[in-house]
Design a protein around this ligand. Structure first.
Ligand code: ATP
Ligand code: MG
Length: 578
């Protein structure tokens, strides 16, 4: 993957759009000004349908769709489906679904590299006829060995000078399925001593007797990435073919192929940008698959995964992912972004939009001794202090409540201002209560608090002006909804998993999830739609599971860890200056 271990931290906090420019947009702008491509802009997102899109793909999706939109162009979704063994129609549907969820609509029909197989093979025949491609009978290992190295030139294949007629005959027979896999390939005939290793007679076609999810059993040869990609771009009329940095050495080959073909229109141009890497995250499909296959997570949509469907389940809004991708920008050098920055976009979004609710994760029973027997009062609670239009809701209050277990201490230290024997606190949207006594079980564990309430404090103020130092969240015991709540920590303990050359999976965090059972939620939460994110007051943002109504996932906590990182960095920079 070639990501450096330096962390890139040049993005502003909280901003959701970046009107700035970058080398790609500058290039598109100058091409348009010069009238190149007839002033047209066309990009594409070219996923291989062999896995689910992740946060790295989100960067490529945002870039391709945004550049097209900003310059009045089009962006197509093209499935780069040239590998029959690993591809699957389920991934096709999932990728389309994820792109739409992220907020983008592919221009026109969705297209497939496999639709171009006939044209690609006709072009291969053209190359053979022009003496620019040949069938090689060497096996893969020999071919690889004979490519040479950065310091040594390659060795010509003994089959390099086959006649065009022989090559045409053999290529046709490869296509019709006559030969076994691995016995022959079609190679471009460029230069085995080329300084760019990619140009040393690269393989264009391999024999595969495999079933393809779209073309069935009609093909026995499949084009390589290098042979399919640029030509697919050209067929569609792509102008700017944006791909990640690891393809920069392929650009020369991309251009070579296009130069030697009789193309319908302009030659597209490839530009490379840095892959997205995130701390505590892997963005290699192969490694993500290993997590799933090794049951280290529950599946591709497990909320700990960096896939878009996992983030959706976790409660990451598409706006936040787009805002993040826009803020980090596009650069030409690989780097790693802090996961806290992504989380800060998620938090900022929910802080503005999420409804406030009360939920008790570790319940401790509170009995209000002076509460009128059987009475229930419907209190008004504010839905979102950041958004007046969100209004208020009713929350039932009764003589038996739950509060958070760690909001009470028998013998509190100096800085603990919450509930303790003899102490008065405010209940959010409710009354002041005073703890008069507590009940313990045989192990000395507190199992119930006895309290009194002050009827004059409804709404949270005492008429005599007396103050309390803490406000607690709570739920009424008889009205509470039971739920399970999943809390998450980093999936990888290492901030740069695998950067030391080891297996990234070695740093998988065995404690990345804890599920709390028997949590108590305020009643309106039972009616919250699947997938909605609310703020559990004082606890963080939580997403209602997409399938299981009694399960919630912690999306992000309340504390702005990104701001803390920035403060630390500013301090470090100042110290370095001083
Ligand atoms: P592989 O090809 O190894 O299966 P991939 O992650 O490259 O994995 P593709 O489906 O080929 O998967 O990717 C589709 C597009 O997304 C490509 O253009 C690729 O360059 C881009 N992309 C993939 N990973 C990232 C990333 N981490 N950051 C930015 N763009 C990415
Ligand atoms: Mg790829």
């Amino acid at each position: 993957m070639g990501g450096s271990s330096d962390t890139v931290n040049d993005a502003p906090t909280g901003s959701t759009s970046n009107s700035g420019t970058d080398f790609i947009r500058e290039k598109v702008k100058s091409d348009m000004a010069a009238g190149r491509f007839g002033g047209r802009v066309q990009t594409r997102f070219p996923p291989e349908p062999n896995g689910y899109p992740h946060i790295g793909h989100a960067k490529a999706i945002c870039l391709n769709f945004a550049v097209a939109a900003e310059f009045g162009g089009v962006c197509k979704l093209r499935f780069d489906d040239t590998n029959p063994e690993t591809e699957d129609a389920n991934f096709v549907d999932a990728i389309e679904d994820d792109i739409r969820w992220l907020g983008f609509e592919p221009s026109g029909e969705v297209v497939y590299a496999s639709d171009y197989f006939e044209q690609l093979s006709a072009w291969a025949v053209d190359l053979i006829e022009a003496g620019l491609a040949y069938v090689d009978d060497q096996d893969a290992e020999t071919i690889s060995l004979n490519r040479g190295s950065f310091t040594e030139v390659g060795t010509d294949s003994p089959w390099r000078d086959r006649s065009a007629a022989d090559n045409l005959d053999l290529f046709a027979r490869m296509r019709s399925g006559e030969f076994a896999e691995g016995t022959r390939v079609l190679r471009a005939r460029i230069d085995m001593a080329h300084e760019n290793m990619q140009m040393r007679d690269p393989v264009l076609y391999r024999i595969r007797h495999a079933h393809h999810y779209r073309t069935g059993d009609s093909w026995h040869i499949y084009p390589t990435y290098d042979w399919a990609h640029g030509q697919s771009d050209a067929i569609e009329g792509v102008t700017h073919s944006l791909c990640t940095l690891e393809f920069d050495t392929h650009r020369q080959l991309y251009d070579w192929c296009l130069e030697h073909l009789d193309l319908p229109g302009d030659k597209p141009e490839q530009s490379e940008f840095a892959r997205l890497n995130l701390t505590h995250t892997v963005t290699s499909k192969r490694k993500l698959r290993a997590l799933v296959d090794g049951h280290l997570v529950d599946g591709w949509d497990d909320p700990r995964m960096p896939t878009l469907r996992a983030m959706r389940r976790r409660g990451y809004p598409p706006e936040a992912i787009r805002g993040f991708c826009s803020a980090i920008g596009v650069a030409r050098v690989n780097g790693t972004h802090e996961i806290e920055l992504l989380e800060s976009f998620v938090r900022t979004h929910h802080n503005t939009n999420a409804l406030r609710r009360m939920a008790v994760l570790n319940p401790l029973e509170v009995v209000i001794d002076n509460w009128p027997e059987g009475q229930v009062v419907e209190l008004d609670a504010i839905n979102n202090p950041e958004d007046e239009s969100a209004g208020t809701r009713k929350v039932p209050f009764s003589g038996r409540l739950f509060i958070e277990r760690d909001d009470f201490m028998i013998d509190p230290p100096k800085k603990f201002f919450r509930l303790a024997p003899g102490r008065e606190v405010r209940l959010r949207a409710g009354f002041f209560i005073t703890c008069t006594d507590y009940v313990t079980d045989a192990d000395g564990e507190v199992v119930q608090l006895k309290c009194t309430y002050d009827p004059a404090t409804q709404g949270g103020q005492a008429p005599d002006g007396r103050k309390v130092k803490a406000t607690l969240h709570w739920v009424s015991a008889e009205h509470a909804v039971d739920a399970s709540v999943a809390l998450y920590r980093r999936l990888f303990t290492d901030s740069h998993p695998g950067a030391d050359g080891g297996d990234p999976l070695d740093s998988v965090n065995p404690d990345s999830r804890s599920v709390l059972e028997g949590c108590k939620l305020e009643p309106v939460l039972a009616d919250t739609p699947a997938g909605e994110v609310v703020q559990f007051e004082r606890l963080g943002y939580f997403a209602h599971d997409l399938d299981q109504p009694d399960l919630w996932h912690r999306t992000v906590g309340l504390r702005d860890e990104w701001a803390n990182i920035q403060k630390r960095q500013a301090k470090g920079a100042n110290q370095a200056k001083g």
